[in-house]
Design a protein around this ligand. Structure first.
Ligand SMILES: [Zn+2]
Length: 94
């Protein structure tokens, strides 16, 4: 099982590649299926990041992350079904 620090390292690699998609390997299962979604208050340039692996469904939350140029963020003001669209119920590693 990957540790929070390993996931945070992977998070940094995927984040650094934005707005391009990253093929960084999941530190837990090795698949290149890491996903990152930003959720921000309306008009804010930063928000929190949902970061998970679509294969093993493990991930982390990161707070107050700036949204890189070219990345579309979900709005915290949107209804819950819109805010969580595309984000699976993954296991949070802490
Ligand atoms: Zn994985």
């Amino acid at each position: 099982m990957a540790t929070f620090d390993e996931l945070l390292d992977a998070n940094g690699s995927v984040y650094g590649a934005l707005p391009a998609e990253s093929d960084h390997q999941c530190p837990n299962c090795g698949h290149r299926t890491l996903r990152m979604v930003f959720t921000t208050p309306p008009g804010a340039g930063h928000g929190y990041v949902s970061f998970w692996c679509d294969t093993c469904l493990e991930g982390i939350h990161v707070s107050r992350a700036p949204v890189p140029a070219g990345v579309t963020a979900l709005s915290t003001a949107a209804p819950i079904e819109e805010r969580t669209r595309g984000i699976p119920n993954y296991r949070l590693v802490t």
